[in-house]
Design a protein around this ligand. Structure first.
Ligand code: S3P
Ligand code: PEP
Length: 445
């Protein structure tokens, strides 16, 4: 299949080609998922708390702005990555800009339900098609009224942004069943606010598959870390007991999913890439990255908290179920397009509801540059073919942009559409990428 060259009005960034093996150490900023959970729990806590090493990016800053508008005080400490959070009563009569952040649009409606008034949620045009129904249906089941707009005005529960949560100052709690096969964030959202409900929450997942289990384990761990009792002893059922949320001073781990394209660069260009601050144990799905890169031909080692990945330029295809770490799929799909044998990525049908339909976007863009990438019911099959340069469209998706940069290390003349979209979780990505290549900061935006 051939496809037409992309035309775009958005800025294009010339992805740099690696001119030899890499020898780089890359400091990766804090985890989006850990930062935004810690912010929510700090805003609901019993006293002031501090986050150190927090991510500052569009998603984190949208979360900060939203929590401020719901009554919390968030101030910067000695560094922008140090955030002091002082909780306040949850206040309504406000509106929240979710941007394109799944963590904001899913985690905050249950918090807004605790407010003393209406809270309207909206976001980017791309956010208005991301699935929302299960978390709002969960709230409805707990007695919270949520209303949509336009076509959704008459629906029992809206399926998409924009919508308004009509907070009444408290949420009763109780038992509720939801289908979280579209996103683990539906589960995390209800669990995070549950310590503030009147009665225990018993949440049951009734769908066929459950993606991103590590992210649900991350939510459970974050709750336990602040003293909340969570029972997750039965598969697909979580129980949260209401009670105090301890104020904490905590350090956020680096974002291991954002580390993935840098580490993968060692396989594409050869050489070594190191990421310091790699945790010895973590709930981040990025923990899978070293093993996956080894299966594709690299070698990985962890010494004194520094993860090193070495590559020779040889890349082998894999057959892997990425259900637990779907956010890693764009990096591995592009790596697969440069491999010496086919790859099958499975278990990731839910990527159709991410920042864009990632399965369609990856298939279209890899195909446009001469590759072969086909959608299956729940993933992608990538058959390596010689690639050529061209515009790689990014669909407002930060991980499409970082993946395009990875491809451009080996394929000359790859132009990345709107590389600034990486600010969602990794502002200054192009500068960090250029420094990894020993190019100083001349490519920085
Ligand atoms: O809870 C979280 O922080 C996240 C959960 C996952 O969402 P899905 O389960 O929708 O994939 C992940 O892909 C996303 O990047 C972050
Ligand atoms: C799916 C992702 O983000 P979000 O938190 O917006 O769902 C992602 O970062 O890959």
């Amino acid at each position: 299949m051939t496809s037409a060259p992309a035309s775009t009005d958005l800025p294009l960034w010339d992805a740099p080609v690696a001119d030899g093996p890499l020898e780089a150490t890359v400091e990766v900023p804090g985890s989006k998922s850990l930062t935004n959970r810690a912010l929510v729990l700090a805003a609901l806590a019993d006293g002031p708390g501090t986050l150190r090493g927090a991510l500052r990016s569009r998603d984190a800053d949208l979360m900060i702005a939203a929590l401020r508008s719901l009554g919390a005080t968030v101030t910067e400490g000695e560094a922008p990555s140090t955030l002091h959070v002082t909780p306040g009563p949850v206040t309504g009569s406000t509106s929240i800009d979710c941007g394109l952040a799944g963590t904001v649009m899913r985690f905050l409606p249950p918090v807004a339900a605790l407010a003393d008034g209406d809270v309207r949620f909206d976001g980017d045009p791309e956010a208005r098609v991301r699935p929302m129904q299960p978390v709002l249906a969960g709230l409805h089941g707990l007695g919270v009224r949520v209303t949509g707009e336009g076509d959704e005005a008459g629906a029992t529960v809206p399926s998409h942004l924009p919508f308004t949560v009509h907070g009444r100052g408290h949420v009763a709690g109780g038992s509720v069943d939801i289908d979280a096969s579209g996103s683990s964030q539906f589960v995390s959202a209800l669990l995070l606010a549950a310590p503030r409900f009147d009665r225990p929450l018993t949440l049951r997942h009734i769908g066929t598959t459950l993606p991103s289990l590590p992210h649900i384990e991350m939510t459970v761990a974050a709750l336990r870390e602040v003293g909340v009792a969570v029972d997750d002893s039965r598969d697909g059922i979580w129980q949260v007991t209401p009670g105090p949320i301890a104020a904490r001073d905590l350090r956020v781990e680096p974002d291991l999913s954002n580390a993935a394209p840098f580490l993968a660069a060692a396989l594409v260009a050869g050489g070594t890439v190191r990421v310091p601050g790699w945790p010895t144990s973590t709930t981040q799905p990025g923990a899978m990255v070293p093993e996956l890169l080894e299966r594709m031909g690299g070698t990985a080692s962890l010494d004194d908290g520094v993860l090193s990945v070495r590559g020779t330029g040889e890349i082998h295809g894999i057959d892997v179920d990425l259900r637990a770490g779907g956010e890693l799929a764009p990096t591995f799909a592009v790596l697969a397009a440069l491999a010496d044998s086919p790859t099958r990525l499975r278990g990731i049908a839910h990527l159709r509801g991410h920042e864009t339909d990632r399965l369609a976007a990856l298939a279209a863009e890899i195909t446009r540059l001469g590759g072969r990438c086909e959608e299956t019911r729940d993933g992608l099959v990538i058959t390596p073919r010689p690639l050529h340069g061209g515009v790689f469209r990014t669909y407002a998706d930060h991980r499409m942009a970082t993946s395009a940069a990875l491809l451009g290390l080996r394929v000359p003349d790859v132009q990345v559409e709107n590389v600034a979209t990486t600010a969602k979780t990794l502002p200054g990505f192009d500068g960090i990428w250029a420094r990894m290549l020993g190019r100083g900061t001349e490519d920085q935006d």
